[in-house]
Design a protein around this ligand. Structure first.
Ligand SMILES: *Cc1c(COP(=O)(O)O)cnc(C)c1O
Length: 381
């Protein structure tokens, strides 16, 4: 079987893990956690990084730190992994779901701007949705499959209305915008180091940013909000720490980030050039995207059934392929969420097939995948 996205553990992962065990530093204190935070800050171009137990817990801590509270609204694209919405719900808030752009699959700034202008008012410094009577507490674009939207534009919108800008950068490690790392684009950005991401800790996440006080607050929140060696706490904190074991794996992984990124980009361009000859589109990529996932988009008129059939046939042929994110507005827990314009989201989400894109995939395997996809698509379309 040629797998979809499996970890590449051929570096110093084992050596560093053994060091944790030999020194008994297996829990949340240890040199690897500090080293990992320093390295994450460095590779993302941010001043500070706080390691967390997952991307989801990082998102929850980040939203809590910027002040998202019960009954608030947070603007996100509907086309994202459910964790983006769940982190908002964990704050007692609700997502306000908006559409994406076709060219990058990221939140559409035109829609965000128009929706805020026509449905919200500024009242005592707070941005209020008039009809719902709820406060819009944050704007959170998602760097879908490692594509970066125009964050300068989102920055202007956020500043104009005085709302914090948080980025779900869970799958974007290594992506750049006009040559610049994304670490300073939002007030806080959140990464994931889950097993299927470009860089993995087994599981894990990080919150990054440049504002020292804000990152101190994130650290405080994620480590139980303890204020003394005695059992004194000053807030309702979380235990969202990353362990030294996870960080050990992460440190070894980050040493090979450049190799992983060039491999991911190679896989995407391999699929793009193969399938464009065949008249089938592959995933969009912004300039210097991190190309976390790659695959094909079935022609218009095709849908969920076709994706399921094709994936089944590919599995029978030894190629793991899958559908991609089902939008949040179609998920059971978010039926009552506010939605604004879903044309592009609805036009594309059910025609996407993700194909094998592990960093360890060989050119021989890529050729097998492409041959099989071509044969099966020809029968199917
Ligand atoms: C992977 C991912 C997450 C969740 O990260 P976990 O580490 O699995 O909790 C959130 N948002 C996006 C866009 C992701 O791709």
């Amino acid at each position: 079987m040629i797998n979809l996205a499996i970890p590449n553990l051929e570096g110093k992962e084992r050596e560093y893990l053994n060091k944790c065990i030999d020194t008994t530093f297996v829990s949340s204190v240890g040199e690897y956690v500090n080293r990992f935070e320093d390295q994450v800050a460095k590779v993302t171009g941010s001043r500070y990084a706080v390691a967390t137990s997952s991307g989801t817990t990082g998102l929850h801590a980040a939203l809590t730190a910027v002040g998202v509270k019960r009954d608030d609204l947070v603007i996100i694209p509907s086309f994202t992994f459910i964790a983006t919405a769940n982190a908002i719900a964990h704050c007692g808030a609700m997502p306000w779901l908006m559409d994406i752009r076709e060219e990058d699959w990221c939140l559409d700034p035109e829609i965000v701007e128009a929706e805020i202008r026509y449905t919200c008012v500024l009242k005592d410094g707070a941005l209020i949705h008039r009809e719902m009577g709820k406060r819009v507490a944050a704007l959170m674009p998602v760097y879908t499959i490692g594509n970066l939207p125009d964050m300068k534009r989102f920055r202007r919108i956020a500043d104009m209305y005085g709302i914090p800008l948080v980025a779900d950068a869970a799958c974007a490690i290594g992506a750049k915008w006009q040559g610049e790392d994304f670490g300073s684009f939002a007030d806080l950005s959140v990464l994931s180091f889950n097993g299927n991401k470009t860089v993995t800790c087994g599981g894990g996440g990080a919150v990054i940013g440049n504002d020292e006080n804000l990152l101190k607050l994130v650290k405080h929140l994620t480590t139980t909000a303890r204020v003394s060696k005695e059992y004194d706490f000053d807030m309702v904190g979380f235990n969202y720490r990353m362990t030294n074991l996870q960080a050990a794996v992460g440190c070894a992984q980050l040493e090979r980030l450049d190799t992983f990124l060039s491999r991911k980009r190679f896989v995407r361009s391999y699929y793009e050039s193969t399938f464009s000859d065949f008249g089938v589109s592959s995933f969009p990529a912004t300039d210097m995207a991190s190309c976390w996932f790659s695959g094909v988009i079935l022609p218009e008129g095709k849908g969920e059934e076709d994706v399921r059939d094709i994936c089944k046939k590919l599995a029978d042929a030894g190629v793991e392929a899958r559908a991609f994110w089902k939008p949040v507005h179609l998920q059971k827990p978010y039926q009552s969420a506010r939605i604004s314009a879903m044309r592009n989201t609805e036009a594309v989400w059910n025609r996407i097939i993700t194909l094998p894109c592990s960093t360890g995939i060989t050119e021989e395997e890529l050729k097998i995948v492409c041959d099989m996809v071509r044969i099966i698509l020809k029968e199917h379309l």
